[in-house]
Ligand binder design. Structure first.
Ligand code: NAD
Length: 445
C-alpha cells in the first residue's frame, strides 16, 4: 500500500519505518526541515533501539522516503496517518492545534479518495473535528478512522512490529477492511470498534497503567513504614492472573510524553462532561509527590542540603530513550537547586535533549557515571539504565565522599550491597544501611 505519515516523531517515524519494513511504500513528512535533512542523510533525530538499521535497509530498498512536502506525500498515497503531537495546554487539556493544522493541510492537498488515520492520542470527538476540517477544505471524498498507538519508547520498534493488539475505530466497512489488511501482518488480534470508543480506549489504557504505578508506589511507601518489601509484595500480587506483574514496579513515579499528559487530558475530558474523575486525580497527585520522596530521603540522611554535592544518574524518563519530556529528573533537580545543592548529573543518551529542553543553569553535566559520583555527598539513581546496573556498588562507594546511595529505581539487590559500607535507601524495601545513620520512618512520608 502507499502510505503517508504526517509527523516524524517517536510515533510517526517508528510507524512509518515499520510499515515500510512490511513492504509498503511509505513517505514520512515533517514540517521541521532539520529533521528531514538528518533523515535524508541517514541520521536519526531520535534515539530508539533498532530504528536506524530499519531506516537504512528500507531507504536502500526504495520503500521509505522523507520530505517536508505534505502535499506531495498526500497526493501520492492512499492512506494518510496523522502522528503529530498533542501536548498538554496549561489547563491540562490536549493541545489540538497540530492536529487541526495537519487536517487543514491534508484537506488542501486531497486529489482523490483517501483514508485518513489518526494515530495521535486525541480526546473523544476529535476525529469528527478532523473530518469537518478536511471537508471544509476539500470536495474529494475521504474517510477518517482512529487507530491509536500503544508503542512504548525504548522498545518502540518491537512494540510496533509485534503489538499486543490493534484498535481500529471506524464505522465504514471498506475502511475497516483496508485497515485490517494493512495491520494483518502485525497481529491477528485486531479489535474493530466505533471511533469514539477507539479514542477512549487509548486514554483509558494509559490511565489504567498510570493507576497501577501510583498504586504500587503507595504500597511501597506503606512497606517502608511497616518493614515489608514491595518487590516481594508485587511478585506475590502478580501471581494472581487477574492482577499480573507488569507495571507494579515501585520507584519515583512515571514521566514521559504520554502518561502525565494523557491522565491530565482524561481528567479534563471528564470534567467537561461534569464528571469528577476522583481516582485519576489521586493517581496524578500520588505520582507527583513520589518524586519528592527522594529529596525527603536525602534530607533525612544528610540533614541540611545547602552546600552539599548530590550526583544524579539518569535524566531520561526511562531507560533506552532520549526523551526527557516530563522526566522526574527535572522537578528533582529544580527542587535540589532551590535548596542550594551542587548538582552533578550523568545520562548515557539524554543529556543533550535535557539541556535543550530545560536550559537549567548551575548544574554540571558529566561525561560518565564516575565523574558524576566522584566526591559527591550522595548519589541518587533516577533512571534504571542497564549501564548503571552493571556498576558494582563497591566502586560507587569508592567514588563518593559520603556513603549514601538513594536508589529511586530499586536496581541493586541486598547481595550486591552486602560487600560494601554504603548506606542504601531504595523504594519500598527495607533500608540496607551500615549503621552510619538510621533514616527516621517519620520522614518517609
Ligand atoms: P513528537 O513530538 O515526537 O512528534 C510529532 C512530530 O510531528 C514532530 O516532529 C513535529 O514537527 C511534527 N509535526 C507537527 N505538526 C506537523 C505538520 N502539520 N506537518 C508535519 N509534521 C508535523 O510526538 P510523539 O511522541 O511521536 O507523539 C505523537 C502522538 O502520538 C501524540 O499524540 C502522542 O500522545 C501519541 N503517542 C505517543 C507515544 C510515545 O511514546 N511517544 C506513544 C503512543 C502514542
Amino acid at each position: 500500500m502507499k502510505l503517508a505519515v504526517i509527523g516524524t516523531g517517536y510515533v510517526g517515524l517508528v510507524s512509518g519505518v515499520c510499515f515500510s519494513e512490511l513492504g509498503n511504500d511509505v513517505i514520512c513528512v515533517d514540517k521541521v526541515e532539520a529533521k528531514i535533512e538528518m533523515l535524508n542523510q541517514g541520521e536519526v533525530p531520535i534515539y530508539e533501539p533498532g530504528l536506524k538499521q530499519l531506516i537504512d535497509k528500507n531507504r536502500t530498498q526504495g520503500r521509505l522516503r522523507f520530505t517536508t512536502d505534505l502535499t506531495e506525500a498526500v497526493q501520492t498515497s492512499d492512506i494518510i496517518l496523522i502522528a503529530v503531537g498533542t501536548p498538554s495546554l496549561a489547563s491540562g487539556q490536549a493541545d489540538l492545534s497540530y492536529i487541526e493544522q495537519a487536517a487543514k493541510e491534508i484537506g488542501n492537498s486531497l486529489n482523490g479518495f483517501k483514508i485518513i488515520v489518526t494515530k495521535s492520542t486525541v480526546p473523544v470527538g476529535t476525529n469528527e473535528k478532523i473530518q469537518n476540517i478536511i471537508s471544509t477544505h476539500s470536495l474529494f471524498p475521504f474517510e477518517v478512522a482512529s487507530v491509536p498507538e500503544f508503542l512504548r519508547e525504548g522498545t518502540a520498534v518491537q512494540d510496533t512490529l509485534f503489538p499486543d493488539r490493534i484498535i481500529i475505530g471506524t464505522s465504514d466497512e471498506c475502511t475497516k477492511l483496508r485497515l485490517i489488511e494493512l495491520h494483518a501482518p502485525l497481529t491477528s488480534n485486531i479489535f474493530v470498534t466505533d471511533i469514539r470508543s477507539a479514542e477512549m480506549i487509548k486514554y483509558a489504557s494509559n490511565a489504567f497503567l498510570a493507576t497501577k504505578i501510583s498504586f504500587i508506589n503507595e504500597i511501597a511507601n506503606i512497606c517502608e513504614k511497616v518493614g515489608a518489601d514491595v518487590t516481594e509484595v508485587a511478585t506475590g500480587m502478580g501471581h494472581d492472573k487477574r492482577i499480573g506483574t507488569s507495571f507494579l514496579k515501585a520507584g519515583i513515579g512515571y514521566g514521559g510524553s504520554c502518561f502525565p499528559k494523557d491522565t491530565q487530558a482524561l481528567i479534563q475530558i471528564a470534567g467537561q462532561m461534569d464528571y469528577d474523575f476522583k481516582l485519576l486525580k489521586s493517581v496524578v497527585e500520588v505520582n507527583r509527590d513520589q518524586r519528592f520522596n527522594m529529596i525527603r530521603k536525602l534530607e533525612s540522611v544528610l540533614g541540611e542540603l545547602a552546600g552539599k554535592t548530590i550526583a544524579l544518574w539518569g535524566l531520561a524518563f526511562k531507560p533506552e530513550t532520549d526523551d526527557v519530556r516530563d522526566a522526574p529528573a527535572f522537578e528533582i533537580i529544580t527542587s535540589l537547586l532551590e535548596r542550594g545543592v551542587n548538582v552533578k548529573t550523568y545520562d548515557p543518551i539524554a543529556t543533550d535533549n535535557f539541556i535543550k529542553s530545560y536550559n537549567i543553569a548551575n548544574i554540571k553535566y558529566c561525561q560518565d557515571a564516575r565523574e558524576a559520583a566522584k566526591d559527591a555527598d550522595a548519589l541518587c539513581i533516577l533512571t534504571e539504565w542497564g549501564e548503571f546496573q552493571k556498576i558494582a556498588p563497591s566502586l560507587i562507594q569508592s567514588w563518593l565522599k559520603q556513603p549514601y546511595l538513594i536508589d529511586g529505581r530499586n536496581i541493586y539487590s541486598e547481595e550486591e550491597l552486602a560487600e560494601t559500607q554504603l548506606n542504601y535507601y531504595s523504594v519500598g524495601r527495607p533500608n540496607m544501611n551500615k549503621g552510619v545513620k538510621e533514616m527516621s520512618p517519620i520522614l518517609l512520608m
